[in-house]
Design a protein around this ligand. Structure first.
Ligand SMILES: [Zn+2]
Length: 305
């Protein structure tokens, strides 16, 4: 069995939840499960490099290449194979490395970045088979709402902190000092929501961010940000994903036509197509101490309309 030498083609940025694909490789994993590589997929994978949006859920169904005697069935081959996980993986042609075990950066010469669909040990799919790939649409929509809400919340947070900078710093997509980029420690997209954790450390202070009174201000801060977010949601702004290509490793951006201007943020995730799909976007804050560093947690809820 050979490994693919080109990246998996992806259709989730365009919103696809179904596709036909060819099995390029099946790899037994150490835990007894199998990793299946397809030429193309609508499955959004988790990327260990920045694991903000988790994997899609769904299943594969056999359409040809195996069970050829079972024609005239329901078109899905009658056998559904659940996808247990979908993970960014990479191969140099000699082995397949999944997730955090990938030893090289994206773009390294001689390496193909692919999506590993993790299947159970008894999945019984072989190289060359054609499968229909089906993504759980409800789960995808909830993650898309959460991810768009997360980007909006980060822009609104930057706006609310805009006067807390004593030195010039990098600006965000709306030309406001980018607190999010300067302080983010982790971002987790949930169903119709997100959790962003910011570390208010010495390095952030050296960059010129002013901490004074911040923790006491948190209740008011939430209300200010929710006001900005309510206006954005009410605008029903269009959201789109721009792509430099169809491959997993091609650059993509989230673009939203907000009243303040068009905001573009590099992003590999999935999103709603308009803010009218969201009932609201609201944030709340909590602060904790971790070894002398204040850790600010922003919880965003972005329920579907
Ligand atoms: Zn994103």
């Amino acid at each position: 069995m050979t490994f693919p030498s080109t990246p998996t083609l992806v259709s989730y940025p365009a919103g696809a939840v179904q596709a036909e694909a060819r099995v390029l490789h099946v790899e037994p994993l150490a835990d007894g499960r199998q990793a299946l590589l397809l030429d193309a997929t609508p499955f959004h994978p988790v990327d260990a490099g920045w694991p903000d949006q988790g994997p899609d859920r769904g299943y594969l169904s056999l359409t040809s290449g195996q069970d050829n005697d079972k024609d005239n069935d329901d078109g899905g081959g009658g056998r559904l194979v659940p996808v247990l996980d979908a993970v960014v993986a990479a191969t140099d042609g000699s082995a397949l490395h999944l997730g955090a075990d990938i030893p090289v950066r994206k773009g390294t010469e001689g390496w193909a970045f692919v999506i590993a669909h993790v299947l159970s040990a008894d999945a019984d799919l072989t190289e060359g088979a054609t499968v229909r790939v089906t993504v759980d649409q409800g789960h995808r929509r909830a993650l898309s709402a959460g991810h768009t809400g997360c980007h909006l919340a980060s822009l609104a947070l930057n706006a609310a902190f805009a006067d807390r900078w004593s030195k010039p710093t990098r600006n965000d997509a709306l030309g406001v000092p980018d607190f999010d980029a300067a302080a983010i420690a982790s971002s987790t997209i949930t169903a119709c929501g997100s959790v962003d954790v910011f570390r208010l450390n010495k390095s952030l202070r050296r960059k010129g961010f002013l901490f004074d009174g911040l923790v006491d201000e948190l209740p008011n801060l939430g209300a200010r940000i929710n006001g900005i977010l309510a206006a954005w949601v009410a605008s029903g702004a269009a959201v789109r994903i721009t792509c430099e290509g169809d491959a997993l490793t091609d650059r993509r951006s989230w673009v939203c036509s907000l009243p303040e201007g068009e905001a573009a943020i590099p992003c590999g995730g999935t999103h709603v197509t308009t803010l009218a799909e969201l009932a609201a976007v609201e944030v709340s804050f909590s602060a904790t101490e971790d070894g002398g560093t204040t850790v600010l947690t922003m919880r965003t809820s972005a329920p579907l309309a």
